[in-house]
Design a protein around this ligand. Structure first.
Ligand code: IPM
Ligand code: MG
Length: 361
């Protein structure tokens, strides 16, 4: 029987529209092959939304997202909007959609593909076999804690304030996602905090430790965030699943991403308790190469695979898509960011065509 899904597409800014176009063509093909009827609807977010409506996340966009089975986002931001006040910046749109859809769990896999091992800035012996899943809390912590703002003190001096805060329930729900994720992987979970200094981290550690009793099959460890950053580049193979708060997760997921050599390869999933989840590449909008057909669409394609797997429960389609990406790499096709000697250099569109050909064969 045909399965029907309504997908909201958010192309955003920079290379966003290019990589999303390639991905949608691929999804359409997979849909016909596996009897899935995708109904796509497009909405505005980020800089392009600011230009058209004055808001980085128009109400209409949030409504359309809520009314869909999954949201596929490309990328937001660009030089043009960098100097606007914070509430009018593209990034604010991203934070607002995370909060608006209650997407508290952000899954960021960092997997070394054998085909791309030379792309890493670390020695092949250190990164071979790296397969890490960062589970980042996404709607709490210092990104959203109150009070926040720039205030004037009694002496007339300005004081900038943000607050890192987590409630027990916020910690518990992300910890649950992390334990379940670890269970499906190798059963190793490392919780990262700064409990030697921060009270909020002490509570984090206490709650995660308490929850471990319910998951006797998961081996839990704890690291302070500074040590975790060091260990990630020293001996990344020690990690399987990492769970951490919003800010630490922001930083560590970039570091983990770079182990793989190109951030242009990495997808992510942001999930709440209910549909829709939001799926987006970890990389940004790359305004320097926008519109030149140079972008690597693979992180977007792999984000669509995560959408199929985690958002729509279409594991078969997800696997098919992931295999096609590996096959394109095995056949030697590379965009500029992952190009190496002897490989076949292609642009964004051509990479898409390679994938379509592989899927059809
Ligand atoms: C990310 C980005 C965002 C974040 C920015 C663009 C708001 O760095 O998704 O990691 O800090 O969460
Ligand atoms: Mg980030």
């Amino acid at each position: 029987m045909t399965r029907q899904y309504r997908i909201t597409l958010l192309p955003g800014d920079g290379i966003g529209p290019e990589i999303l176009t390639v991905t949608v063509d691929i999804l359409k093909l997979i849909g016909t092959q596996l009897d899935i009827d995708f109904q796509f609807q497009e909405a505005l977010i980020g800089g392009s939304a600011i230009d058209e409506t004055g808001e980085p996340l128009p109400d209409q966009t949030l409504k359309m997202c809520r009314n869909s089975d999954a949201v596929l986002l490309a990328a937001i931001g660009g030089y043009k909007w960098d100097n606007l006040p914070r509430e009018k910046r593209p990034e604010t749109g991203l934070l607002a959609i995370r909060a608006g859809l209650n997407l508290f769990a952000n899954l960021r896999p960092a997997t070394i593909l054998p085909q791309l091992i030379d792309a890493s800035s670390l020695k092949p012996d250190i990164v071979r076999g790296v397969d890490i899943m960062v589970v980042r809390e996404l709607t709490g912590g210092i990104y959203f804690g109150e009070p926040k703002g720039i205030f004037e003190t009694e002496t007339g001096e300005k004081r900038g304030v943000n607050t890192m805060a987590y409630t027990e329930s916020e910690i518990d729900r992300i910890a649950k996602v992390a334990f379940e994720t670890a269970q499906k992987r190798t059963g190793k979970l490392c919780s990262v905090d700064k409990a030697n200094v921060l009270d909020v981290s002490q509570l984090w550690r206490d709650r995660v430790t308490l929850m471990a009793e319910q998951y006797p099959d998961v081996e839990l460890s704890h690291l302070y965030v500074d040590n975790a950053a060091m260990q990630l580049v020293r001996e990344p193979l020690q990690f399987d699943t990492i769970v951490t708060g919003n800010l630490f997760g922001d930083i560590l997921s970039d570091a983990a991403a770079m182990l793989t050599g190109s951030i242009g390869m990495l997808p992510s999933a942001s999930l709440g308790l209910e549909k829709p989840g939001l799926f987006e590449p970890v990389h940004g909008s790359a305004p320097d190469i926008a519109g030149q057909d140079k972008a690597n669409p693979l992180a977007q394609v792999l984000s669509a695979a995560m959408m199929l797997r985690y958002g729509l429960n279409e594991a078969k389609a997800a696997t098919k898509l992931e295999k096609a990406v590996l096959e394109a790499l095995a056949q030697g096709y590379r965009t500029g960011d992952i190009m190496s000697q002897g490989m076949k250099s292609v642009g964004c569109k051509a990479m898409g065509e390679v994938l379509l050909r592989i899927l059809e064969s």
